[in-house]
Design a protein around this ligand. Sequence first.
Ligand SMILES: Nc1ncnc2c1ncn2[C@@H]1O[C@H](COP(=O)(O)OP(=O)(O)O)[C@@H](O)[C@H]1O
Ligand SMILES: [Mg+2]
Length: 277
Amino acid sequence: MVDAAQQPPAVHAEQVRKVFPPAEGVIADSAAGTVALDGINLTVQPGEFVSLVGPSGCGKSTLLRIIAGLTDASAGRVSVNGVTVSGVDTNIGFVFQDPNLFPWLTVRQNVAFGPNMRGGRRNPHAGDVDDLIARVGLGAFADALPQHLSGGMAQRAALARALVNRPPVLLLDEPLGALDAFTRMAMQDELRNLTRRYNTTTLLVTHDIDEALYLSDRVIIFSPRPGRIQEEMVIGSGFTRARNAPGFVERRLRILETLHFAPTEADLPESVGNWKI
Ligand SMILES: Nc1ncnc2c1ncn2[C@@H]1O[C@H](COP(=O)(O)OP(=O)(O)O)[C@@H](O)[C@H]1O
Ligand SMILES: [Mg+2]
């Protein structure tokens, strides 16, 4: 068990703001440009699994990119494991919305890329490559090139490529978005097992509220742009991670309400008029 008191937070964001300069064809909020994020304060403890949910365009991907050091914040401060982010950090694993596989490498070569860079066979985790390829259900496609994979398969390969490095901090940007419902649930189980086994601090952006509830210790709900944290929901360790459990259903509805998508009685057909939240 991690003693949070002895370690700095895995991720700490303080008053983070991001403004993109005006761009051609974009109707900006102001002459300064598009305010993507404003006043973001977020602390993630080592080993914690936190999901970010919110409307499209509220800055979720931008926040992950700032934490990963891929883009600068316009104001505020971000640190990872106590060190101020000032560039790309190899202790951070990232799965982008777009799988971004190397097109000239096979699935196995893509997944092995990180371990090979760090010393190939001598790397203690190199044996994980085939195990992870099997876990994400791509055993039969290990020697295939990305062009022969479906979008969901490429996403699973990208997930294996990030997990094989056992990064202390893992940033996942809708990594399961292109998967069918059944594969998605199987991948959620793998993700939960692996991140718990390796005590990986994980920040997951997802549109799928059930996915957020199923996987997370905490769910952060963003407001529409400019993205601000609207609500935080702590998911207790005693929480029943079953999609039809009463506590699960109640939390799902609370998140939907916060996002303003919950049906009111007026929206419902008469046949379900007695339905109560
Ligand atoms: N590189 C960029 N240049 C200009 N504007 C951008 C850039 N990246 C994102 N934005 C804008 O910032 C806002 C937040 O984008 P993003 O972080 O991708 O949102 P989300 O991931 O929540 O859908 C959007 O309005 C988007 O158009
Ligand atoms: Mg995004």
